[in-house]
Design a protein around this ligand. Structure first.
Ligand code: UGA
Length: 444
């Protein structure tokens, strides 16, 4: 099938590549000429396991091309996917200007019937706005061309994006046209293995499904962070509590890991956008507001622990080794990362930072620029050199196996702030470290 995709961000690039991988003829279009040129050379702008070789092989095979030529993309696709960004507006609601600009472009260049697919995370009602926008541009041109709009939200996770795209849990199709549903079922048939993963519904429900999924996951995390804070105060260990509740299948093991707060390009933005939608429709979003507030507070928790250890005046002049800058492992993405809050707070308190992240150093350099109080190190070991304390912010696998005795030997003050509970307090203490985890009341 001939597919065009607007936007070569996470969702667009991964979806386009996976669709080409299963044999479709894909053209990805982006306004950023430099990015398009690099993609044509097989250089991808993000770190995502497995993606780069797939982009290269499919481009070489002629099934995946990149262009800035929107007219060519519209002419190419029987199905046109919109996967451009929906950044938060000043008030937290999703900014639809890029989505609607693509809709106008489609209207301007359309010459034959097409199925337009909203893949970006968009507020309820966007499919209707996309339809109205395309229709009005067509009407202004005097063109009478049929088209359908389908809401088909994406659920892929950064760091596991290719796998999630090729083996989705579910494929949500929000449509009012049976013919469009049939066509998209054919498009995604190679991903629909072992059982029927299609969930067909109306557009508004599909749009809300995406927000509900992310808001539910964010709620689980904030809930556990709340329990962690209680555990800390009552002298309990939240890791024990997690094991105690996760075995209940109604609760489950996933997304109940307490930590330094959730980050990334999705949860913070989507929880806020859904709260705005609720507000706009006259429903005060009490729970969503609390999920967000708990997370905001949690991002400051590692600094709280540092204050607890050093006292208000004691942080100034200290050097903190920081392991992990990305918002989670297996990505170089630092959007809304908890590390950014910690670094800002440490700097405000007069501390210096020696940071190491396996992938995000370039991103950190771009965000922070050159500063005297930040050294970006080439290894976890190097970050410890001359440091007083260590804060672990992202749970990259390589940090899990750290030799804690060696960590102790390197740190002048021997303090470990474990922002993702990846060490056992008893192991850290045995190595002679003062250990602070998240919600580990017994060891604080
Ligand atoms: C999230 C969703 O998981 C995807 O299903 C969705 O498609 C995507 O947003 C999106 O809307 O595009 P992602 O942002 O890549 O994916 O990251 P997650 O793996 O969900 O992690 C989000 C944050 O939650 C990270 O900062 C992570 O450290 C934190 N987290 C996760 C916890 O603090 N505790 C947990 O138990 C799980």
């Amino acid at each position: 099938m001939r597919v065009s995709i607007f936007g070569t961000g996470y969702v667009g690039l991964v979806t386009g590549t996976c669709l080409a991988e299963v044999g479709h003829d894909v053209v990805c279009v982006d306004v950023d000429a430099g990015k398009v040129e690099r993609l044509r050379q097989g250089i991808i702008p993000i770190f995502e396991p497995g993606l780069e070789p797939m982009v290269r092989s499919n481009h070489a095979a002629g099934r995946l091309d990149f262009t800035t030529d929107a007219a060519r993309a519209v002419a190419h696709g029987e199905v046109v996917l919109i996967a451009v960004g929906t950044p938060p507006d000043e008030d937290g609601s999703a900014d639809l200007q890029y989505v609607l600009a693509v809709a106008r472009t489609i209207g301007e260049h359309l010459e034959r019937p097409v199925i337009v697919v909203d893949k970006s995370t968009v507020p309820v009602g966007t499919a209707d706005r996309v339809r109205a926008t395309i229709a009005s541009v067509l009407a202004a041109r005097g063109a009478d061309i049929g088209f359908d709009v389908v809401s088909n939200p994406e659920f892929l996770k950064e760091g596991a994006a290719v796998e999630d795209c090729m083996r989705p849990d579910r494929i949500v199709l929000g449509a009012d046209s049976p013919a469009a549903v049939e066509k998209l079922k054919r498009l995604y048939a190679p991903f629909n293995r072992n059982r029927d993963r299609f969930v067909v519904m109306d557009q508004r429900s599909a749009e809300l499904t995406k927000y509900a999924a992310n808001a539910m996951l964010a709620t689980k995390i904030s809930f556990m962070n709340e329990i962690a804070n209680i555990a800390e105060r009552v002298g309990a260990d939240v890791e024990m509590v997690r094991k105690g509740i996760g075995s209940d299948p109604r609760i489950g093991w996933h997304f109940i890991y307490p930590g330094a707060g959730y980050g990334g390009s999705c949860f913070p933005k989507d929880v806020q956008a859904l709260a705005r939608t609720a507000q706009q429709h006259g429903h005060p979003p009490l729970l969503l507001d609390a999920v967000e507030a708990v997370n905001e507070r949690q991002k400051g928790h590692l600094h709280e622990l540092a204050l607890r250890h050093y006292g208000a005046a004691g942080i100034a002049g200290k050097t903190f080794a920081v392991w992990g800058l990305a918002f989670k492992p297996d990505t170089d993405d630092m959007r809304e990362a908890s590390s950014r809050r910690l670094l800002a707070q440490l700097w405000d308190s007069g501390a210096r930072v020696r940071a190491y992240d396996p992938e995000a150093a370039g991103e950190a350099r771009r965000i922070f620029g050159e500063r005297d109080d930040l050294v970006l190190c080439g290894s976890a070991q190097e970050a410890l050199e001359g440091a007083d304390a260590l804060a672990v912010v992202t749970e990259w696998k390589q940090f899990r196996s750290a030799d804690l005795a060696q960590v102790r030997a390197q740190l002048a003050d021997g303090v470990l702030f474990d922002g993702r509970n990846i060490y056992r307090p008893e192991d850290a203490e045995e190595a002679g470290l003062a250990y602070y985890g998240i919600g580990r009341g017994r060891s604080v």
